[in-house]
Design a protein around this ligand. Structure first.
Ligand code: 2P0
Length: 327
């Protein structure tokens, strides 16, 4: 499967795009840090509008160059992942340029879209011959949530193979993102997960019940049972944040406005609006709603003090190539 460096045209550039995904049944914790295997399955929706675009060219020098949002960067996670990839494939030094049209590392799943776009672009550029499942396994080794961004729409990541699978359902929900603080989070997900596993007394119960939640949620999505999915997804989210808060030192990703938005969403649902919330490892709130409710949800969340910006997005495609131009 190894590809010779001499096959790569130095001027050739390959671009790929991928979108963040939002987990409704959450992933938090690993059973194997070397292969980055989650300790429990997760279920997600891949978004449109928010996008990572990554371009790959052969580097002019002898080492990789990584540019994130226009700044030359040394990214240890990318560097370590490339070492693993080179144990399997013969890659030339690469110039990697990646841009996000949304805040990086603030709970909007930039590592998910980032690594999904990266493996998609490298796979094509270096002719690795990986299929979508294999790409999702390489994406997962970098960031488990990245495996899910290989797939569009409703997707799952579960054992024993731990590659992405599509739920093969056309259920076009909308997601209103309420941004309350766009600065980088203080504790990365990988570090936080390890701390939770090592220190939280709730961790075994989290793993056991998330596996049950996942099975129930796949059935609810197949039945398009929004009301029951709303209750289960909020439970998964709050249970994950309970686990985070019970970690030592406690992981508290919320801002005051995060809680205000959660309460507003619960009030809307009590009034009959089909909407529920989820929150990841950051202070933003994602309100998942049926399409007819999206405008009212966005208007309500935008009016809350501390909400800096709202985004109203739909479901998007999996990672894909943009172009394969040779200048
Ligand atoms: C998720 N998160 O299921 C959960 C919910 C954040 C909270 O997956 O360690 O960047 O690189 O595998 O995938 C974010 O964690 O973690 C994440 P690693 P990742 O979306």
């Amino acid at each position: 499967m190894s590809q010779g460096i001499e096959q790569h045209n130095p001027g050739h550039s390959t671009r790929a795009q991928a979108h963040p995904n939002i987990a409704l049944i959450k992933y938090w914790g690993k059973s194997d840090t070397l292969m980055n295997l989650p300790s429990a399955p997760s279920l997600s929706i891949t978004l449109d509008t928010l996008v990572t675009e990554t371009s790959i060219t052969n580097a002019s020098g002898n080492s990789d160059e990584v540019w994130l949002d226009g700044e030359k960067t040394i990214d240890l996670k990318i560097a370590g992942w490339l070492i693993d990839l080179r144990q399997r494939f013969d890659l030339p030094p690469l110039e990697i340029r990646s841009t996000n049209n949304f805040p990086t590392a603030s709970g909007l799943a930039s590592s998910a879209s980032g690594f999904a776009a990266l493996i998609t672009a490298i796979n094509a550029h270096c002719e690795l011959g990986l299929d979508n499942n294999q790409c999702s396994i390489w994406a997962r080794r970098a960031s488990a949530s990245a495996a899910r961004s290989m797939q569009g729409g409703w997707a799952t990541l579960s054992g024993p193979h731990w590659h992405v699978e599509s739920l093969e359902i056309n259920w076009p929900v909308r997601v209103v993102v309420a941004i309350t603080d766009a600065t980088r989070k203080a504790v990365s997900s990988s570090v936080g997960m390890a701390q939770s596993k090592d220190t939280s007394p709730y961790y075994p119960a989290w793993v056991e019940t998330t596996t049950q939640d996942f099975a129930a949620a796949t059935d609810l999505v197949a039945a398009q049972d929004f009301a029951a999915l709303a209750e289960l997804a909020e439970h998964s989210c709050l249970k994950m944040h309970g686990l985070m808060m019970s970690t030592q030192p406690g992981l508290l990703y919320w801002k005051p406005a995060t809680l205000a938005v959660i309460h507003a969403i619960r009030e809307l649902r009590a009034e009959g609006v089909p909407v529920f919330f989820t929150v990841d490892a950051g202070p933003q709130v994602k309100a998942i709603c049926l399409p007819e409710a999206a405008k009212a949800v966005e208007d309500k969340l935008a009016s809350i003090s501390g909400v800096q910006q709202t985004l109203n997005v739909g479901l998007g495609p999996g990672a894909h190539l943009v172009t394969n131009a040779t200048p």
